[in-house]
Ligand binder design. Structure first.
Ligand code: BTN
Length: 328
């Protein structure tokens, strides 16, 4: 860790408190001048740091910049499970993880994505700083056919995080879209690699995109009607770091108890589609209609088709729209 990040870590761990330049210098075993230089760079990056003679430096509560140390301070005993890497810009955080050989628990976050990917070849609008674009690498011991469960698990974690931070209700549109106040505020793209010999997952990349606030100049035309932000104006203090930490802790909690499928009750409760007439799409093409009956134990959607038979839909190959969404 370089001096700047060490100073940031010390200030993050003491937010809203003064830490003297002398204390920082001796804690980090660097000169007072190096501390001063690090503070200068942090300020240039947008950190709100107050410097007062005889008191030292204080990171102000209003600062809302995502950082590894900012997230880790909320992760408690679990902070060492996660290797958090933050980038100003990436094509896609999912692609970054898929291209390398990383350990389980690696988290990649970009402040902006140039080629943010959505499901079914769509793009995910990922402008600077108003959203969270995060991918987490997992290596669960699971059959390939169970991968949909991880998307369901992540959706539940996003819902619970939003509800904890806002006090309002969020819902899930099967299988991976999270809605808040009638608008899509988050999407999840799960990409997996399998071991052909035993049909088990070798790794899974859970890609999660969240719209926290309105992007400058609004959402692009094609998603303006359907997409929305979680927060309109007042955002909670230190929102981004807290959001990511809460989300990661929830994912870890449910993953550690995967066989219990504890998240499935919430997944069903929060479903927006049960009881609805739905349009069924495969590879982007309309294949028919049905009534959404229930969600099965593998997070598949059971629909009653026009021919009176039940069919289980799986996330990988279809998307479902409510009938009134036709034409959107
Ligand atoms: C969807 O709505 O269809 C899924 C959107 C998933 C977006 C996230 S943002 C982080 C990660 N990196 C990507 O390129 N996509 C996912």
């Amino acid at each position: 860790m370089n001096t700047k990040n060490k100073v940031l870590k010390a200030l993050e761990e003491n937010r809203e408190e003064y830490v003297s330049g002398e204390a920082l210098a001796s804690l980090l075993e660097v000169s007072r001048n190096s501390v001063w230089k690090a503070i200068k760079v942090l300020k240039e990056e947008g950190y709100l740091i107050e410097g007062v003679t005889n008191k030292g430096y204080m990171l102000k509560e209003e600062t809302d910049i995502i950082s590894s140390s900012g997230i880790k301070k909320y992760l408690g005993d679990h902070k060492d499970f996660f290797d958090i890497r933050i980038f100003d810009e990436l094509p896609s955080t999912n692609d970054y993880l898929k291209a390398g050989d990383f350990k389980e628990g690696t988290v990649v976050i970009a402040k902006r994505q140039i080629k943010g990917k959505g499901r079914l070849g769509r793009s995910f609008y990922s402008p600077s700083d108003t959203g969270l674009y995060l991918s987490l690498l997992l290596k669960p011991d699971m059959e390939v056919s169970e991968a949909t469960l991880l998307t369901a698990l992540a959706s539940v974690c996003v819902v619970e995080t939003i509800e904890e931070l806002t006090g309002d209700t969020a819902l899930i549109k099967w299988v991976n879209d999270v809605f808040f106040k009638g608008k899509k505020v988050s999407g999840i793209l799960t990409e997996a690699s399998m071991d052909l010999e035993n049909n088990r997952l070798s790794y899974v990349v859970l890609g999660i995109g969240v719209n926290l606030t309105y992007p400058e100049g609004d959402f692009p035309q094609d998603v303006r009607e359907s997409a929305g932000p979680i927060f309109l104006e007042d955002t909670p203090k230190d929102l981004k770091n807290r959001f990511v930490a809460l989300l990661l802790l929830k994912i870890l909690y449910y993953c550690n108890r995967l066989s219990l499928k504890e998240f499935m009750d919430t997944y069903r409760e929060k479903s927006m589609v049960i009881g609805e007439d739905v349009l069924i799409f495969k590879a982007g093409e309309l294949k028919g209609t049905g009534k959404a009956l229930r969600i099965d134990d593998e997070a598949g959607l059971v629909v009653l088709r026009e021919n009176g038979l039940e069919e289980v839909l799986n996330s990988g190959e279809i998307s479902v729209r409510r009938t009134e969404d036709r034409g959107k």
